[in-house]
Write a protein that binds this ligand. Structure first.
Ligand SMILES: *Cc1c(COP(=O)(O)O)cnc(C)c1O
Length: 360
């Protein structure tokens, strides 16, 4: 039986990548050792890291005026590093609140400066992306932070806010590399790797160079982007194996048509699933506004929650795993990141149609 893993994160990785990692596990390219055992300063590993960065730059079209950093601490540490580095003497930053991850970013930023919540989806239980016209932005804000894809609620922005001279900061943990973006519209992009990039433990930061070097007094060395930028992400020992696997994922994406092709496939996958939910005559429901439905995290409920357990049990028996929604929202969630093949979504759609026929 083929297993399809719909986990929100850590999440499915491309099978080919795992196979390649297995081939290379004990002896990387004749070096006689595993990547895990290599010095991060040796020529083998510095080559692996440089290739990973070059491939990411190519995939995303990252301009030379941006630094790419391979850090640790997950998106959670970025919730602190962003204000520590980007407040730059200004009293406050703007934040958009579209759900659980926005709230966490806001809570952490409040420890370091003023936070203006310029828009919120709270009035409709975080089921939509508030229209830009309604945002109460501050022209003097140090930056504007938003969460382009709320992994838990399944709300995704299909547009990019135009913040003018105010640097735009985006937590792309769950949709980086899933769609084409114009990096130059952002001051800083960050993403924990464990959804669309590689194993947990690696965090990718893409930051415009001119924003570096003005940290809040007392900022620990390890939380200063400039230290990492000046040292090629090797100020201390980086998460070497995570960088290696991320590099294999980037190569896999390049072999398969890059981000443009990934985006086309992601649109097709999401449409298939949402169409099945919408065509179920209310047996299933997606609470998210149609224009703001995530291509990566498809959340839905069953009209009769008493059937939830049976749904999950039968799905598991079919090899369709990790469909339980986040504990804060309940229901179901299917995470269909880049590495989830179309066949996995087709199998899921087949199952949800059949379950609705049986129990509807
Ligand atoms: C998963 C996730 C996080 C948390 O990531 P950690 O690596 O666990 O800190 C933050 N933001 C978003 C949008 C996420 O999807």
């Amino acid at each position: 039986m083929t297993i399809y893993n719909f986990s929100a994160g850590p999440a499915v990785l491309p099978r080919e990548v795992l196979q390649q990692a297995r081939e290379e596990l004990l002896d990387w390219h004749g070096s006689g050792m595993s990547v895990m055992e290599m010095s991060h300063r040796g020529k083998e590993f510095t080559g692996i890291a440089a290739a990973a960065e070059a491939d990411l730059r190519e995939l995303m079209g990252i301009p030379p005026s941006y630094k790419v950093l391979f850090l640790q601490g997950g998106a959670h540490l970025q919730f602190a590093m962003v204000p520590l580095n980007l407040l730059r003497g200004k009293p406050s930053a703007d934040y958009v609140n579209t759900g659980e991850w926005s709230k966490k970013a806001i809570g952490e930023a409040r420890k370091f400066g003023g936070v203006n919540v310029v828009a919120t989806g709270a009035d409709r239980n975080f089921s939509y992306a508030p229209a830009f016209e309604t945002w109460q932005c501050d022209k003097g804000a140090a930056y504007l932070h938003y969460t382009p894809n709320e992994t838990i609620g399944g709300v995704e922005f299909n547009w990019v806010p135009e913040t003018g001279a105010v640097p735009l900061v985006a937590d792309m943990s769950s949709n980086i590399l899933s769609r084409r973006i114009e990096v130059s519209k952002y001051g800083l992009i960050y993403a924990g790797a464990q959804k669309n990039i590689g194993p947990a433990g690696l965090t990718v930061v893409i930051v415009r160079e001119d924003l570096l070097g003005q940290v809040l007094p007392g900022t620990p060395t390890m939380l200063d982007y400039k230290i990492h930028a000046d040292n090629g992400s090797m100020y201390n020992t980086p998460p070497t194996y995570g960088i290696y696997i991320a590099g294999l994922v980037f190569q896999w994406l390049k072999r398969n048509g890059g981000v443009a092709q990934a985006e086309r496939t992601n649109i097709a996958k999401a449409r298939l699933l949402y169409d099945a939910i919408d065509a179920s005559n209310g047996f299933y429901n997606c609470p998210v506004a149609k224009s703001d439905r995530s291509r990566m995290n498809v959340s839905f409920t069953l009209k009769n929650p008493a059937l939830d357990e049976g749904f999950l049990r039968q799905a598991e028996a079919r090899g369709l795993l990790q469909l339980k929604g986040h504990r804060s929202v309940g229901g179901m969630r299917a995470s269909i990141y880049n590495a989830m093949p179309l066949a996995g979504v087709q199998a899921l759609v087949g199952f949800i149609n059949e379950f609705a026929r049986q129990r509807g």
